[in-house]
Design a protein around this ligand. Structure first.
Ligand SMILES: Nc1nc2c(ncn2[C@@H]2O[C@H](COP(=O)(O)OP(=O)(O)OP(=O)(O)O)[C@@H](O)[C@H]2O)c(=O)[nH]1
Ligand SMILES: [Mg+2]
Length: 497
């Protein structure tokens, strides 16, 4: 690129001038700094230290400001499951949640139940599986005196019961009967799953090849680190050949899951019990006769003894960890619920303030829709609630992007606000100021609600993405929020009194 001679001369002169000014400024600054320093050093010590302290304080404030504006703070570590959890960690989370006002009752109850079980030192073996596999029958076979409900109709067990099986060297071994899974009531599945997590060992009961649901349950239990015995019950229904084929299939399934489970943890048994059979007498008449089936559970007892002997020492630690994880999950649920409630409150407060502010303004300008104090405060509060820590610049950018989006739908918002107000009886002609106030409120309400979803989804405030979410949802939000916001405005309106 060829530059004109004149332009080049001009640039050269400007460079020379800048150089001279820079040198002069440097000399000037150096001279005054040295001057000040000389005077400070020759003056009183108090003045010197005071001066240095003021400069240091100014420097710290400047660094802090830059940090706040520019550096994105890391979001709080998530409260999701991160195994293995220690007792201290879960206690710390509970204390923090308690301080925030989260209802930690269900999580605390889990830890209290654990403490109770630790105190008695008993070992819990939980019979788990789909309905009608014969869990209750197996308990009855192991403890003939136990009063267990057994029924051919699936879903016969509906609560959790512990039965004392025996004592090994003073340690009580309890068998736990839980409702079968995959029944009609999903709440019973949850009940059974929680109890399985509280137990030391799970005896997974099936009565043939595994269903998809059973495979999923086993994978889940293995992922939780539960010691497992796979019990194929009702083996009396199969001939020896079928039985050995089935056992191989069960073992293959477990190997496919990468469980590394030994052969002796897969057993075929028969709980026995009683069954009604129809018998035909010599005279041709049919009678229902109750027949008892012989029990064959020896291999199960052997497998259990071996497991208890081999893994005895680690069973408590593994059970404790599983319960800590369960408590953490319950805490996470409570925290999520808390966030939903609290975020509603925050959005409602901001909306109310926006409505009041707009009604107080003599002629509300459309440009102040969401920026300013209320928008910033609402965004900050919601981000804090969801553990996001955006830079101040991000908040500003998000609000200004949202503002331009809100501007686009302002005519629609005003129309919706006007209609919403007319729906209230006895309002008559709706004043323009009131319509504006409702429109402002609607925009805040929509902004808050969409921000909550964004934070839930992303865990942080990414200005572009959050503003896009707002734009995508604003139409729907103003329609669904209008009744509440119009009511809010009318409650504030002096015309009402
Ligand atoms: N043939 C045969 N039937 C059995 C055996 N064990 C249990 N049953 C029958 O299976 C049915 C269900 O037995 P339950 O012990 O109630 O099964 P469960 O797993 O506790 O069932 P839910 O509590 O409903 O989940 C009953 O009709 C039992 O008689 C067995 O070894 N062989
Ligand atoms: Mg049962």
């Amino acid at each position: 690129m060829k530059l004109d001679r004149f332009v080049r001369t001009a640039i050269g002169l400007v460079v020379a001038l800048v150089f001279i000014i820079a040198i002069a400024a440097l000399l000037f600054v150096t001279e005054s700094a040295l001057n000040v320093w000389d005077r400070l050093v020759s003056g009183s010590r108090v003045l010197l230290y005071g001066y240095v302290a003021v400069i240091a304080a100014l420097a710290i404030i400047a660094i802090w400001l830059v940090f706040r504006l520019v550096i994105r703070r890391k979001p709080k570590p998530s409260t999701q499951l991160s195994a293995p959890l220690s007792r201290e960690e879960i206690a710390r989370r509970l204390r923090a949640a308690d301080r925030d006002g989260v209802d930690t009752g269900r999580a605390q109850a889990e830890l209290q139940e654990l403490a109770k079980r630790q105190e008695t030192g008993s070992v819990h073996l939980c019979f788990f599986g789909e309905i009608s596999g014969g869990k209750s029958s197996l308990i009855k076979a192991l403890i003939p005196a136990a009063n267990v409900k057994i029924d051919a109709v699936g879903g016969s067990t509906v609560d959790i019961r512990h039965y004392r099986w025996r004592s090994d060297e003073g340690t009580q071994i309890l068998l736990t009967d839980v409702p079968g899974t995959a029944g009609v009531d999903a709440r019973l599945d949850a009940l059974a799953e929680e109890e399985a997590r509280r137990s030391h060992v799970v005896l997974f009961v099936c009565d043939g090849d595994l269903t998809r649901g059973e495979k999923n349950s086993i994978e889940w239990l293995l992922a939780l680190g539960k010691p497992l015995v796979l019990v194929m019950n009702k083996s009396d229904r199969y001939n020896p050949e079928e039985q050995s084929l089935l056992m191989q299939r069960l073992f293959d399934h477990l190997s496919d899951m990468g469980s590394g489970i030994q052969h002796d943890r897969v057993v075929a048994v028969s709980a026995g019990g009683e069954a009604d059979v129809i018998e035909r007498r010599s005279n041709g008449a049919e009678h229902v006769v109750r027949r008892s089936r012989p029990a064959d559970i020896g291999v199960l007892v052997v497998a259990l003894n071996k497991l208890l002997d081999g893994e005895g020492a680690s069973l408590d630690t593994r059970r404790d960890r599983a319960v800590f994880a369960l408590a953490a999950e319950k805490l996470a649920e409570a925290e999520a619920q808390f966030r939903v409630q609290r975020s509603r409150q925050i959005v409602r407060n901001a909306t109310r303030k926006a409505v009041i502010g707009a009604m107080a303004a003599v002629s509300p300008g459309t440009d102040i829709i969401i920026q300013g104090y209320i928008g910033t405060l609402m965004t900050q509060q919601l981000c804090k609630l969801y553990g996001a820590a955006p830079r101040d610049l991000d908040i500003e950018e998000f609000l200004s992007l949202s503002q331009s989006r809100a501007g686009k739908v302002l005519p629609l918002t005003l129309a919706v606000a006007g209609n919403g107000l007319k729906a209230f009886p006895g309002i008559g002609t709706v004043a323009g100021g009131l319509v504006h106030a409702v429109a402002y409120g609607l925009i805040f309400d929509a902004l808050g609600r969409s921000l909550v979803l964004t934070l839930e989804k992303r865990g942080e405030l990414i200005p572009d993405a959050a503003a896009q979410d707002f734009e995508d949802a604003i139409g729907e939000y103003i329609e669904t929020g209008v009744e509440q916001v119009a009511k809010m405005a009318l409650d504030q309106s002096p015309a009402k009194d």
